[in-house]
Design a protein around this ligand. Sequence first.
Ligand code: GLT
Ligand code: MN
Ligand code: MN
Ligand code: MN
Length: 382
Amino acid sequence: AYQPRPEHKFSFGLWTIANRGRDPFGDAVRPTIPPNDIVALLREVGAWGVNLHDNDLVPIDATPSERDKIVRDFQAACRQHGIVVPMATVNLFFDPIFKDGAFTANDADVRAYALQKTMRAMDLGAELGAKLFVLWGGREGTETDACRRPEEPFKRLREAIDYLCEYNLDKKYGFKFALEAKPNEPRGDIYMPTTGAYLGFIPTLAHPEMVGVNPEVAHEHMAGLNALHAVAQAWEAGKLFHIDLNDQNPGRYDQDFRFASATPKSMFWLVKFLEDSGYQGPRHFDAHAYRTEDIAGVKDFARGCMRSYLILKEKAQRWNADKEIQQIFSEINPQTTGSSKYSHDGALSLLNRTYDRAAIAKRGLQYERLDQLTMELLWGIR
Ligand code: GLT
Ligand code: MN
Ligand code: MN
Ligand code: MN
C-alpha cells in the first residue's frame, strides 16, 4: 500500500532534489547531485516524472555543442530509468540580468533577452517531450513602486505571453502554458500575487485557450489564502493545467516543506478535490528537504511527499464511502429542483415569493459533527 506507481503521475523538479539547503543566512549543506543522478534517484524512490528549468540542466553559458551533448545524455538517463519530462520551465530569476524583473523589466534589452531565453527553454522542453510550460515570474515585482507606472508591467507581461503563444504556434510545439503566482520572495512584492490574479489576466490574452495556471499550495498560504479554493476555482474555469504541491505555514518565509507536512487537514481536502474532480495532470512536488538533511534525508523527503499524497487519497476514499459522513453530506446539500436560469416570469414569481427567514436560519447545519467525523477519520480512529 502507498506504493507510488506511474499512473499516480508523481513528478519532482530537478531543482527540488538538487536543492542544497542554501538560504539567505547559510551556505549549502549538501553536495551537488548531477541531473542524470537525480533521474536515477527519482526512479529509486518511485517517481514518474522530472521537470526542469533550462538551467537546471544546461548551464547558462554552455556552448551549443555542450548543450546538445548534455541533452542527449539526459534523454538517455530518462529512457534508462523510465522517467518522463511532463513539464519544462525557464529560469528568469537567478541571473543578475533579471534583478529588475524579466518580462516586466524597464530595460527593453532585458525583456528581449527574457523572451529569447524562454524560446530556447521551450525548444529544450519540446525536445524532451514536455507538453506543459510553466512561467513563474519570481522577479517580476518591486521593492519600491517609484520604478514605473503601476499599470505598465501588466501590459508588458501580456505582450510577452502573447509573443510566446505565437512562437508555440509557429513551432507547432503544442505547449499549454501554466502561470504560477506568488505574493513575495524574492521580490518585496511580486506582480500577479495569487492564482486569482492570473485567472483575471488570462482572458485578456490573445490566446487564452493556450494559457492556464499552476497554483502552488505554499504560495497561496504565504498570501494567507485557502489553496483549495484557488485550485477549485481554476479547475472550474478549465484552467488547472498543472499544480505545485508542497506545504507552508502562513506568515513565514518561502518554506517549500514536504507535501502535507504543515497543514495536513487542508491538504486532505486538496487531495480529495484533485481525486474527486478527475484532474488528470501531474501531481508535481515543488518542495525540498529540510536543511538538516543529507542525501538519505532527501530520499526520505521525496518518498514522504508521495506517501502522504497516497495516504490522503485513501482517506478521501474512506470519507466518500463512510455512510454516516455521506448521510450528513447529502442532508446539507439538498438536490435543487427547477432551474435558477433567468426568465422574465421566473423573476416575477421569485419577487413575489415569501421566505420564512427565521425558520430557515434556525436550522443547525451539522458542520461541527461532520468536521469532527472528518478529523477522527484523519486521526485513524474511524
Ligand atoms: C522556484 C520557485 C517555484 C517555481 C519554480 C518554477 S522555481 O523554485 O520557488 O515555486 O515553481 O520556476
Ligand atoms: Mn512552484
Ligand atoms: Mn514555493
Ligand atoms: Mn520555492
